[in-house]
Design a protein around this ligand. Structure first.
Ligand code: URA
Length: 431
């Protein structure tokens, strides 16, 4: 049992001591604290927040609740974490790309969360792909090809797995302190030399408000640095999907095009920027420009594409240059004007409704359904022009998705400025 006084002190806004936080995490691991007490504590944390010291202790205790990956190569080890956004397929491109410049990338990823698709779900669009490698298999794959994308193992931050399930059903996920502990304990367990965080804001992101994203970025970076991990962060705009494709096979296909040197410029730009931050962080190059140019060469030469195919094969997947998609149908513009806003939540739900995401934790996913955005904010459109292509299997899903997409895309009678993916440097910093 958790002494009620600890929950009450958090409820009243006091900072918990390191011993109290240690006691809570120990109680999560050994099941000695009942869920109803943990839920009350998590709600108190959500409402009252956590200090920097509390977050660092929580992260440290969650990290220590499990094991760290071993290191069996001489190479520097890096990773990227995104807070999740619609159409975000950067991990699929970045892991093999960084391996091409001689870095090891043990990417421990997750499944879809809310409207944002999960990297593991996207990779499982390749028949046979395994996302449940154990620590020995992770290490072997790093030795062989320098990159791996798999789920966290049962030994990595086990306290997080239990706490996260509880947070999910008690509406306590959006606590900056709990998110920080959850993400950073898993990243620290990967035994990295540097981490870059892609913190997203906007209608298609987990943090919809820019200021909340800035606060989350600050908490993640400060906690990483405090725990001795070189941590950098980039804020990126998610007021419209990243790239054109949304959905599992759709996004894998688009990632493959970027890996071959093509694809939408926003996906390429963000991938190169995040990769360059890591190259700089570990001292591989002297400037962002130099790093970006070096990484771009590996995309354009097809080397990163080859490494991606090796990764799919190593993990048991059957690579196909373009995975099959459900039949396509277009949604047309009801009026002429300029695309003024895109409701990412609605678009994400449209994909979930078609079976491309999970309605329940144990739902199966249909990898072949999704969307292709044919316009971006600021584009001028004529009435009747196709705005979006839906990949769906039946008329009911197509009708439902079409109605949601029509509602999600607003058209203004006045010209609208396009959005910039990366906010100006002065905003890309702590509040
Ligand atoms: N992703 C995580 O791993 N944990 C959170 O708490 C939120 C997003």
């Amino acid at each position: 049992m958790l002494p009620t006084s600890i929950i009450a002190r958090k409820r009243d806004g006091y900072e918990l001591t390191a011993d109290e936080i240690r006691f809570i995490v120990q109680g999560i691991v050994d099941d000695s604290i009942p869920d109803y007490q943990l839920s009350a504590w998590a709600m108190a944390v959500l409402c009252r927040g956590m200090s920097v010291a509390e977050i660092a202790t929580l992260t440290d205790c969650m990290l220590s609740s499990g094991r760290r990956l071993r290191r069996s190569t001489e190479r520097l080890r890096v990773d990227k974490h995104s807070t999740g956004g619609l159409g975000d397929k950067v991990s699929l491109i970045l892991a093999p790309l960084l391996a091409c410049v001689g870095l090891d990338v043990p990417m421990l990823s997750g499944r879809g969360l809310g409207i944002t698709g999960g990297t593991l779900d996207k990779l499982e669009a390749y028949p046979g792909f395994r996302c449940n490698l154990d620590e020995t298999e992770i290490e072997r794959q790093l030795q062989n090809i320098g990159c791996v994308i798999t789920g966290t193992t049962e030994h990595i931050a086990p306290a997080d797995r239990k706490l996260y399930l509880l947070r999910d059903v008690t509406a306590t996920v959006p606590s900056i302190g709990l998110i920080t502990g959850s993400i950073m304990s898993k990243k620290l367990a990967a035994n990295l030399d540097a981490l870059v965080l892609d913190v997203k804001f906007g209608s298609g992101a987990f943090m919809q408000e820019f200021e909340d994203a800035q606060r989350l970025m600050k908490s993640l970076v400060e906690t990483g640095q405090r725990m001795g991990l070189t941590t950098r962060a980039v804020l990126s705009d998610m007021n419209q999907p990243l790239g054109r494709m949304v959905g599992n096979a759709c996004e894998a296909n688009e990632a493959v095009i970027v890996l071959q040197g093509g694809g939408p410029s926003d996906v390429r730009t963000l991938t190169l920027r995040l990769g360059a931050e890591l190259c700089l962080a570990v001292g591989l190059h002297d400037s962002l420009e130099e790093s970006q140019a070096a990484l771009a060469r590996h995309l354009d030469s097809g080397e990163a594409f080859e490494r991606f195919q090796q990764m799919i094969a190593c993990q048991g997947g059957l690579f196909q240059a373009q995975l099959p998609l459900a039949p396509g149908a277009e949604v047309a513009a009801p009026t002429s004007g300029w695309i003024s806003s895109v409701d990412g939540q609605l678009l994400g739900h449209a994909v979930i409704e078609m079976g491309g995401g999970r309605q329940r934790k144990d739902s199966a996913i249909d990898h072949s359904v999704g969307l292709e955005m044919l316009v971006r904010i600021g584009d001028s459109v004529e009435a009747g022009q196709p705005l979006c292509r839906i990949f769906a299997h039946n008329e009911t899903d197509r009708g439902l998705a079409s109605a949601m997409i029509s509602q999600a895309l607003q058209i203004s009678s006045q010209p609208v400025e396009p959005l910039s993916l990366l906010p100006a440097a002065e905003f890309n910093k702590f509040p």
